[in-house]
Design a protein around this ligand. Structure first.
Ligand code: NAI
Length: 336
């Protein structure tokens, strides 16, 4: 049932894990949801996860009982609504897919009113119980929820910008898949760096930096960029009111989590785009940005610059920055 690439990368990691000593306790907050359930399953079969702590205001003990029967070594425990603090005890990595998803016609920003307070309260619990945990934010709008988590941790005096990540991996996954489909190449050989933020025009794919991507020009280029930026809408429309991407997002979330665990375990050269506190555009008042980030034992090890951009990409970037700035400011204002 899993994508071949998911199995391939997990098999590779099984081989890697035989030489990696350290394993990690991971919590999923929102584990009962559309993303949370398949994400929990994928984390159960990740050999770098030793213990899985599943929390939701609804249904987490059931998901935990189900997932715990999968024949891998990790322990799984589920926690009901009133056991958030217990769920976070001893946790090294916290993945947050809690919150409402989009319905047709909604932007990610339309989710702000509901999800901002959910994420704020969960971040406060992290600050209280597991202040040294790495926090991986899936809940939308990511451009605002990451600044919210950061500000809550900062207020609590436990903020380390190397440990807070917005998961933008689904944009990277989509870009590889869509470009692969266009050029007839295997997506695994079609890595695309996607920078900026995670919504519409703030998603900036750097196709010129990919061998296959350079060949796409004119109308085909415009269409491909649009599809990468608005691919989420295809899913929202097809689900017709039943939510947004869950399965591909769970895959993307598990992929990013696995990369972080590899970095935390000391593997060198683990580089992927993610939305983090970043100096790249801080002089323009934009202090969170997604670009290639090297992950290491402390989380963010090195933030890579964007590299050479084409004229079209410069335009995309110019369109991204003002929107991104507004989204970040909205998140900060919510906590202030
Ligand atoms: P869903 O509605 O199926 O699941 C959300 C879960 O969160 C529910 O089980 C709900 O009970 C739980 N929840 C609500 N408040 C909570 C709280 N205070 N503590 C713990 N759990 C709580 O939604 P779905 O489809 O799983 O999406 C979740 C979020 O992920 C949405 O905000 C969505 O927009 C976002 N998302 C992000 C993507 C990305 O690329 N970063 C891609 C797709 C969705």
């Amino acid at each position: 049932m899993f994508a071949r690439s998911a199995l391939r990368s997990l098999n590779q990691s099984r081989q890697f894990s035989s030489s990696a000593a350290r394993q990690t306790k991971v919590a999923v907050l929102g584990a009962g949801g559309g993303i949370g359930q398949p994400l929990s399953l994928l984390l159960k079969i990740d050999p770098l996860v030793s213990s899985l702590s599943l929390y939701d205001i609804r249904g987490a003990p059931g998901v935990a009982a189900d997932v715990s029967h999968v024949d891998t070594n990790s322990e799984v425990r589920g926690y009901p609504a009133d056991k958030l603090d217990e769920a976070l005890e001893g946790v090294k990595v916290v993945v947050i897919p809690a919150g409402v998803p989009r319905k047709p016609g909604m932007t990610r920003d339309d989710l702000f009113n509901t999800n901002a307070s959910i994420v704020r309260d969960l971040a406060a619990a992290v600050a209280r119980v597991s202040p040294e945990a790495h926090v991986l934010v899936i809940s939308n709008p990511v451009n605002s929820t990451v600044p919210i988590v950061s500000a809550v941790l900062e207020k609590a005096g436990v903020y380390d910008p190397r440990r807070v990540f917005g998961i933008t991996t689904l944009d990277v996954v989509r870009a590889a898949r869509f470009l692969g489909g266009l050029t007839g190449s295997d997506p695994k050989d079609t890595r695309v760096t996607v920078v900026g933020g995670h919504s519409g025009a703030t998603i900036v794919p750097l196709l010129s930096q990919t061998e296959n991507g350079k060949s796409i020009t004119g109308e085909a280029y415009e269409k491909l960029v649009h599809r990468i930026q608005f691919g989420g809408d295809e899913v929202v429309k097809a689900k017709d009111g039943a939510g947004s991407a869950t399965l591909s997002m769970a895959y993307a979330g598990a992929t990013f989590t696995h990369k972080l665990l590899r970095g935390l375990n000391g593997e060198k050269g683990v580089i992927t785009p993610t939305f983090v506190k970043s100096p790249l555009f801080a002089d323009q008042g934009i202090d969170f940005f997604s670009s290639n980030v090297e992950l290491g034992p402390n989380g963010v090890e090195k933030i890579h610059p964007l590299g050479q951009l084409s004229a079209s990409e410069e335009k995309l970037l110019a369109a991204c920055l003002p929107d991104l700035k507004k989204n970040i400011e909205k998140g900060k204002a919510f906590v202030a």
